[in-house]
Design a protein around this ligand. Structure first.
Ligand SMILES: NC(=O)c1ccc[n+]([C@@H]2O[C@H](COP(=O)([O-])OP(=O)(O)OC[C@H]3O[C@@H](n4cnc5c(N)ncnc54)[C@H](OP(=O)(O)O)[C@@H]3O)[C@@H](O)[C@H]2O)c1
Ligand SMILES: [Zn+2]
Ligand SMILES: [Zn+2]
Length: 351
């Protein structure tokens, strides 16, 4: 076992503080990674502040972070996929049973015995798993993926959650050329959704509550931008969307978007607000429309997404911060003041 520097919160209302955490010695199937960059997901904030307590309560101390990019420092004797010195990445999952029907299908995100990167029981060391706001991590090689060497590492880190969470439902629901696709909420997830929808050839429409983001949305690849609080602008798109991806982190009216779906259109929720959303059944039944959800993605698809990003030169638009700025970064996330993802330079943890 070794000790690693990290940043943790000790309660739902406390600020982050420097600490050290235990990391296991690599077992034969493990990869030890020195973390270079870690993205800041709104889920980190929900978890740090125990906003998802109705589903699973946060265990403190909590070390968030599941958009991890780094360099391999050591591998176990049975590891064939990686060697010391390689670039490697880890997302939201660090383990699963490997035997259930979902795992067999490469859909580990649905495994009933999955282990998330932070806040889940750690079967090696006891306690819970600790995430990427730290200097190193040790992960089973099945859950470590490759980052294309052409990508900027700070900007590639957010692909591990914001990237796969938006890519996966778009592939599932057949986003392609000729489809009209809406992205609701231009934050970390939303801006990746725009890049993927555009790269997949869809007519891409961004819905934002922030007039200041209109120009950016067009630059990121949107064909049109709608201010979602303007009922006239919304009405012009009634019955026209094949697919809408909702990546909003707070309470909002989803019914206003459902009525923009075409017959048999689908709206997928990836945002996970603290409080339940309300749904008007009429909006669904008049158009045989559906609303569904989607969690992250499996490991195979995460690698596919990273390779797609390598081919199309897609990364996140990031503002690189030091770990010491993490509390301020959370406050800015809540003010919708990030363009469009914070990426922590882990060198700051050593200083
Ligand atoms: N399904 C999954 O597996 C998964 C994975 C990762 C994250 N998530 C969840 O997805 C959500 C988004 O995460 P993120 O990291 O992209 O967050 P983020 O960067 O904070 O972006 C959220 C965006 O939602 C919009 N928004 C925020 N408050 C709003 C309000 N009161 N009304 C309407 N719109 C509002 C804003 O966009 P505009 O300024 O454009 O309006 C904001 O930029 C979070 O709930 C997160 O936990 C889910
Ligand atoms: Zn995330
Ligand atoms: Zn499984």
């Amino acid at each position: 076992m070794s000790r690693a520097k990290a940043y943790s919160v000790s309660s739902a209302t406390s600020q982050f503080a420097a600490t050290t955490i235990a990391r296991r010695d690599p077992t034969e199937n493990d990869v030890e990674i020195e973390i270079l960059f870690c993205g800041v997901c709104h889920s980190d904030l929900h978890m740090a502040r125990n906003e998802w307590s109705s589903f699973f309560a946060t265990v403190y101390p909590c070390v968030p972070g599941h958009e991890i990019v780094g360099r391999v420092t050591k591998v176990g004797s049975a590891v064939s996929k990686f060697k010391a010195g390689d670039l490697a990445a880890v997302g939201c999952l660090v383990d699963s049973d490997g035997t259930c029907p979902s795992c067999q299908a490469g859909l580990e995100q649905f495994c009933p015995n999955q282990v998330l990167t932070y806040g889940f029981p750690d079967k090696h060391l006891g306690g819970v798993t600790y995430g990427g706001y730290s200097e190193s991590v040790v992960v089973d090689q099945r859950f470590v993926v490759r980052v294309p060497s052409s990508l900027n590492l700070a900007a590639a880190a957010p692909l591990l959650c914001a990237g796969i969470t938006t890519y996966s439902p778009m592939r599932h629901w057949g986003v392609t050329k000729g489809k009209k696709v809406g992205i609701v909420g231009l934050g970390g997830l939303g801006h990746m959704g725009v890049k993927f929808a555009h790269a997949l050839g869809a007519h891409t429409v961004v819905f934002t509550t922030s007039p200041s983001k209109v120009e950016d949305a067009l630059r990121l690849g949107a064909d049109e931008v709608v201010l979602s609080r303007d009922a006239n602008q919304m009405q012009k798109h009634a019955w026209s969307f094949d697919f809408i991806l909702d990546a909003v982190s707070a309470d909002h009216d989803i019914n206003a978007f459902i009525q923009l779906l075409s017959r048999d259109g689908n709206m997928t929720l990836v945002g996970a607000p603290e409080k339940p959303l309300s749904l008007v059944s009429f909006g669904l039944l008049v158009g045989r429309r559906s609303v569904s959800g989607s969690p992250i993605g499996g490991i195979r698809e995460t690698q596919e997404m990273l390779d797609f990003c390598g081919e199309h030169n897609i990364t996140s638009d990031v503002e690189v911060i030091a770990i010491q700025q993490i509390d301020e970064a959370y406050e800015r996330l809540l003010r919708q003041d990030v363009k469009y993802r914070f990426s922590i330079d882990m060198a700051s943890l050593k200083g």
